[in-house]
Each structure stands twice: as C-alpha cells, then as structure tokens.
Design a binder for this molecule. Sequence first.
Ligand code: URP
Ligand code: ZN
Ligand code: ZN
Length: 482
Amino acid sequence: MTPSMPMRESLLVKGGRIVTAADDYVGDIFIENETVTLIGESLDVQAERVIDASGKLVMPGAIDPHTHLEAQSVLTTTCDDFTSGTVSAAFGGTTSLIDFCMQTPGESFPSALASYHEKIERCEPVIDVGFHIAVTDLREGGTLEDLARLPDEGVTSYKLFMAYKGAVMVDDETLFKTMQIATETGALVMVHAENGDAIDVLVKQALAEGKTEPKYHALTRPPETEGEATNRAIQLARVARSPLYVVHVSCKEAIAPIARARAEGWQVFGETCPQYLFIDETVLDQPGFEGAKYVFTPPPRAQENQEHLWQALSTDVLSVVSTDHCPLNWKGQKTLGMDDFSKIPNGGPGIENRLHMLYHHGVREGRLTLNRFVELTSTNVAKLFGLYPRKGTIAVGSDADIVVWDPAKRLTISAATHHSQVDYNLFEGCEVVGAPEVVLVRGQVIVENDELVAQPGAGEFIKRARFGERLEPTSRAVAAAS
Ligand code: URP
Ligand code: ZN
Ligand code: ZN
C-alpha cells in the first residue's frame, strides 16, 4: 500500500438520480478533499472536473463485509490478493471491503493483525479495507485481554466458525467467552453457523462408504445443521447480551431463528450472498468434476430456499448481501479434492458481480426497491460495522465513495472478462442489464468506462467504530467543509 495522496482535485457529479437507502432525487454532488461538501439542484460551483451523470443512478459505493483475500487454509491460499481482489471489487461498484484477519490456531491476536497489515502494505489496494478478527483459539495463543484491545485498533468485529472441525472450528466455550468480551468492548460477534461436530460424523461416514464426489459436500451438510447452529448462537448471544451477525445464511432452517429473534427485538442480524440466491444444489452433480466449482460452505441448497431468502431480504429479516468471495482456481486448487470431496478447498468467487446480479434480478425484476438495494449492499453494512455515516450514504461530510451506475448497460458475466485472478465465474454466461460507469473512492476515480484509472494503492485501511457508534468525518472532511 503506497502512502495515500490527498485528492486535491474538486469534482462535480452532475445531474444524476441520487439514490441512498432513504432518498431518491435528481441533483449535483460537489466533492473536495475526498469528501462530499455540497449537494443541491444545479449547483453553481467551479469544479476541476465534471462527471455528467444525467440518465444515470448515483449511489453510495457498495461495501463488502465478507471476503477472504490471500487467505491461507490447510491446503492452499485464495488466489486474489489485496491488489487483484480490490480491483475486481471496484469494477463491480464496491468501494470498501472488510476481510477476515485469521488467527492461526496458537497465534496471538497482535501477531495475526500485524501479518494482515503486512499483506495490505505489500499490495496496492484500490478500495478501502478494514479487518474483522477471526478467533480460532483462546487456549494457546489468543487471550481475552488481547481480544479486548482490538477495537482500539479499529477492528470492531469478532468472527467465529462453528464448523470446520479440526481446523478453525471453536467450541461453545470459546464462542461464549468471545461474546462476553464483545459485550464489554462494543464489538459485533459474527458466526459461521453450522454444527461442525455432526457434519464431521456425516463426512466420515460418507467417505467410509466410498462416497467421494462433490455432491456429497452438500449431502453431508444438511440445512438442519445450519438451523441448529444459528439458533444456538442466537441463544448464547442473548445470555452474553452481545449483538450477533450470522454470515452467509443459506436456507429456511437458518432464516427461521433469525426471523424469530428480530421479531422479539433481539440484536440479531443476518446476511446472505448471491450464490444462495441463484445457485442450487443440482450444480454439484455436474460431470467432469465441474461440481467442485460450487463447493462452498454452506453448500448450495434446494431451490425452494431461494424464495425464502428473497422474502427475508425484502422483509428485513436479513440485513445484508455480501459475497463471501473466496477465490480458488478450479485447476490446481479445487482439483486437490478430485478423489475426496472433503479435500476440495471450500469457497467460491463473487466480489465483482454482486451488484450486477442483485440489480438485475432484484431491482429490475421487482424483488427489491432501489432504496433497499442500496441498504442491503452499502448502508446496512456501514451501520452494522462502524463505518456510518462516513461511508454507506451520500451526504455532506461523507467520504465521496460513489458509483455512477448505468441502468441500461448490458454485460455478459464471464471469467474471460472479470478482474479476479480466479479461473472460473459462478455466474458464467449470465446476461445482466445495469453496471457501473464510474466508480469513485474518496473522490478518486478508480474505474471509468471499464478501465482501471486508479493510482496504485489508492485504498486505505479503515479503523472502524464500535457497534452502534458513528464513524465521524475525517479531519480532511472537516477541513474541506470549513
Ligand atoms: O466456503 C466458504 N464459504 N469458504 C470461506 C470460508 C467461510 O466459511 O466463509
Ligand atoms: Zn463461513
Ligand atoms: Zn467466508
């Protein structure tokens, strides 16, 4: 990450239809020192650069709170780093992401955080980056004291895996103690909710019966294991009085306890991802080991779940659509599990196409309003993860993270044209209408007309506020406004 240069140029985004989670109006946006300083109808200002946004939508940049860049697992490392991953994100209209800083079991939290800072320093991210800490061990390396200090470093969410037994899964004691620390420190607890013990039994039984093909990935992780773990995490969070965020919800068994919790007024939130809205379990059974491309966790579910997920998104049972971008090449990485589905590294790519798929099938096909689209991909993420109102909206004082969106632009999604390093695309061949035309990160033009025009290293590390607290404008913003 090269030191960020403050943006000196002033910029006017003129005549676009400005859509936030709450508003929808035509206007001009004036940007100075990386910040929105004025919004109004036909602004009478001199700007060094004018972007004509007439006929376009102008929305807050999307935020992806669930990515795995340069993430190491037992067998391999994801194939996008913080350069290629953020470039791919930017082409899809995402202007910030929050990645998982993984504590290797036995490692201390300061050491894990330092190694993730090194990763972004070594790379040249073009969008802003924050970290969650993924807690895998509180017995050997990780201490509660160190965990409690992380929010001071801007790491204000603790993620735990209730699955992946023998690798990063935690027991309920570790989960519960982390929840108690979160209550003290104002962090948000995130869970990957699946019953890892039951899944481990099912996987071993399947392999003993000679069932080795990719389809057994789904058959050994039934939706009830997700529903059970989701409910367990919710009940434990109630006892600990911590807020809870359930990642990658895939099925009606997990939606039900979240719906109940929210109806009761508990602080429980859930996200889903495009793969669960558009891909069903049948893809795993494709010939020629093609099914391995869809080995992500939780697995693709029976198709009927997709309607439940859309319903949950439109009724505020689920609050966010993230990507869980975890890019692993089919050739050389997925093929590690050619003879044993349990050795196929888990994860699928998606960082670039979240907005394309959600706009086309959500907004254009009438499942989501435009305001809800912005809320699910940007504003709610900012509010839950301590970025609001600096990010997640278009308002005076906010970072000028803006997507000028062409609602008529046609795109065929393909690995041949995406900007991730990965050798396949989960949505290969999907034709969509609606795509970014210009993408700004703190007023810097990053992508314009399908070209990367960013300064290398334009992205910055973001120190996030605690759960429920505001992230106030930067000193740059204050200087620009005065
Ligand atoms: O299969 C997936 N989702 N891999 C990434 C790790 C996780 O569980 O989110
Ligand atoms: Zn997960
Ligand atoms: Zn994930």
